[in-house]
Design a protein around this ligand. Structure first.
Ligand code: LLP
Length: 384
């Protein structure tokens, strides 16, 4: 976390908690790291990681395209001014609305099953998503390149689908692979790109190889890039990548206030955020770094629990903290990806506000609000 504690205190007072904050310098640094590693590769941000319009506008201004998986994500891409080659339409079960919006915007489609060849709008640009049928070092829910997953086309079928695209009058740009998310072991990428390269003889040269995203935060980007470029070069293709988490996770922090403590069989530090604000610990057992913004000798190991009436509503377990006091702040780190994006209104909780930290950017104001806190009326606005 690079935002000074005093600035976090200011943001919590100004915008209230729970609050998502983002460090603009870290957002920019992450994109620079990606560009340094992947060189001339085209970068498509998987906006599912964090679709906030302010973040999308920054990335669009920096020349980044968008990978979209719903009509709503396509609408966001359009709202921030993206079009044509800057947009990928992906997903295992695209709706008519997505084909129509993709065609209107001139986007490139990622074909996930053979039937889609007949569903694509006339003369589409398309990539074929290949499932390399590999075990992947991540949580089961996050593995997409395993044999039994619902994603992609088998290696055996892929050349035929490229051919079918051409026969139907589409432009078959090349192949796409995305084996999962938060991948710990870089060898998984080596194996996946290796499997794709085996298709070279059957497919002939291709214009594009899209190597997807999925890089864990500690991943060796240079190593992954080397392997991805080797595969692209084997096809005579240009390289595209689709990072989500890597571009935004570290920049984001969830700020939550201590509500109180409770000792049952365990020590609970109760806070004002939980599964509705950050679902990842509950859904994937994800460990996010927890930093208390108060001092004192560490007292015990604490479970950080939220306000929902569910026993699984925990943000972290066994965290050593100074004695928690009501009103103190906790910073939950690496929360910029799939944090706010997966927050929900369960229990008619209002989704949190979000703010961007850019010291000195706006005549001395360090913080820019980038999403207001929802009201209960916002939550039920669509109900009749
Ligand atoms: N490309 C495709 C085709 C994808 O399906 C995804 C993510 C990405 C790129 C970006 O992956 P990333 O670089 O962010 O790992 N909700 C989960 C993550 C689900 C990712 C789904 N697909 C989480 O909270 O960890």
């Amino acid at each position: 976390m690079t935002i000074p504690p005093a600035a976090l205190q200011t943001a919590a007072e100004r915008f209230g908690t729970p609050l998502y904050v983002y460090d603009a310098a870290e957002l920019d640094a992450a994109l620079l790291r990606v560009r340094a590693a992947f060189g001339a590769a085209r970068v498509y941000y998987a906006m599912k990681a964090n679709p906030n319009l302010t973040l999308l506008r920054r990335l669009h201004a920096a020349g980044v395209g968008f990978e979209c998986v719903s009509p709503g994500e396509l609408a966001r891409a359009e709202v921030v001014g993206a079009s044509g080659a800057q947009i990928l339409v992906n997903g295992p079960a695209k709706s008519d609305a997505e084909y129509a919006a993709g065609a209107r915007l001139g986007a490139t489609f990622i074909v996930d099953r053979e039937e889609e060849v007949a569903l694509l709008p006339p003369q589409s640009q398309a990539l074929v998503r290949v499932n390399p049928a590999l075990a992947v070092s991540t949580h089961d829910h996050l593995a997409t390149g395993a044999a039994g997953s619902k994603f992609g086309i088998t290696l055996q079928q892929a050349p035929r689908v490229l051919e079918a695209l051409r026969a139907a009058g589409h432009t078959a740009l090349g192949l796409h692979v995305h084996i999962g998310s938060a991948i710990r072991d870089a060898h998984d990428f080596t194996a996946a790109f290796g499997r794709l390269s085996e298709l070279r003889e059957e497919t002939g040269p291709l214009a594009v190889l899209d190597a997807g995203g999925g890089w864990g935060l500690d991943a060796d980007l240079h190593g992954i890039a080397r392997e991805a470029w080797a595969a692209a070069t084997a096809f005579g293709a240009e390289l595209w990548v689709e990072p989500g988490r890597y571009l935004v996770a570290r920049a984001g922090t969830l700020l939550t206030r201590v509500v109180g403590t409770k000792r049952t069989g365990r020590n609970f530090c109760l806070v004002d955020a939980g599964m509705t604000e950050l679902l990842r610990p509950m859904l994937y057992g994800a460990a996010h770094p927890v930093t208390p913004l108060w001092d004192g000798p560490e007292t015990a190991d604490w479970d950080i629990a939220g306000p929902a009436c569910e026993s699984g509503d925990l943000l972290a377990r066994d965290i050593s903290l100074p004695q928690p006091r009501r009103g103190e702040l906790l910073a939950i780190g690496e929360a910029g990806a799939y944090g706010a994006a997966m927050s929900s209104t369960y229990l008619t909780r209002s989704r949190p506000a979000e703010a961007l930290y850019e010291p000195g950017r706006h005549s001395g104001a360090d913080w820019t609000p980038i999403r207001r806190r929802e009201t209960p009326q916002d939550v039920w606005a669509a109900e009749i």
